[in-house]
Design a protein around this ligand. Sequence first.
Ligand SMILES: [Zn+2]
Length: 447
Amino acid sequence: MKYVHPDIVVGEAIPEIEPRIDAQVLAIVRKFVRLGYVFIPIYVVIAIGFVFIHPSIFVLIGTMLVGLSIWVALFVRYRESLKKMKKDEWCIPFVDGMKYRAVSAGIGISLLLPMMTDIGLSLIPLMGGVWILSSGFALIAVSRRGRQPGQISCDACSYPLVGLVLPCMCPECGVSVLEAQYTTYCPRIDFPWLSKFGVLLVFFGGMGLYFGFVRSDILYDVLPSPALKAMAITNDEAFERYTQNPMSAEESNELTESLIKWGQSNWLGSPQRDWLGGRKVAGKLTEDQIEAIMEGVPPILIAGPTVMRVGDETEISLESTELNTPGSSFAVFYFFRGFELGEDSTLYSGSKEYRWWKYLHEDLYRSGSVADDPSNRPFYLIKAEHPGEVVVRGRVVVVLTDIKDLLTFVWDEDGEGVFKNKPLWVRTIDLNHTIVIESASEGGEGG
Ligand SMILES: [Zn+2]
């Protein structure tokens, strides 16, 4: 039921009233806005800073957690009040309501910052653009529909009815105001400048999106070259901008070295990877550089149990155990000849097709379809049949090369990997893993 102001008495003139404000909700909104003013800029500065210092995944997660705790702290604390605000028909003054909405939107948008730090400088106009654009639309909408505390007025046109006796005609719009239900103590706001300001914000927000999405190169044009170069290692946009300019052989080599150094312990972005791949294909990498790349690639092992009981079934697989070394930035492949189980000379799960080394290594790829697909990760289900010792053997050929060379690989009769075109870097590694098989009764439950 519509709230009717208690000061309206049938048959008496509508009095002037104190604007009806929910003081409690108002105080909460103001507190929220004040906290937001403090937290958002700090958080935005931290997050944008990371665009330049190139965070590790841990720093990114940390930033996300900081943002999330601000979000949770503010919202959990005021959740009850927010619910109340929605139900309450009493008014929050317009300006405070708008501040509240701007701060909420700001928190929401700034939370996305660390997720987007890979994007680079265009993040700033993008985020700002979204924020400003949505504020502009909100202002335009509010200027047409927004209300704030005021005198008892005509519900249809918001004209103040002070001094009139119900029922009456609205002096402004001519509507019949038959009873208190046709009035409001919360008239529509009337700030003619508001929608103009909103239109202006929409314009600037649109500009932000344009520079963020379409012309982010302009942002990099104004950066001094050393800054661009420093950012290029990890920032995709900066990298693309930097490599657009013609580079001397020395500069290219310097960039190569920096990328290799960074890539030994961090993941390279795709433009950096492609560029380095291009150097590789063009034969521009020195032997030292290739060795440096391969130093970052941890060894491959046969993973499986060391003890089994007769009747047990279990999976053996290839794995790379050092999970922190993102050598896959450099497109390392391997060929696996297959698992040989003891005296059995059959080769299980082997292939002459290349496999990506990274699928052995990265936690992410261990789950789901990648891990279950033998073309990504060789595995084989073994069954322990007789007590004794089984040595599982396998041979891998690890390669740094270009994909087109890989298509011409075969295993010869002696089990050697033969390439039609010699790859940049090749190592043949023999693996073995010993499994002791106990009889089913041995070392039973109690022993
Ligand atoms: Zn009216």
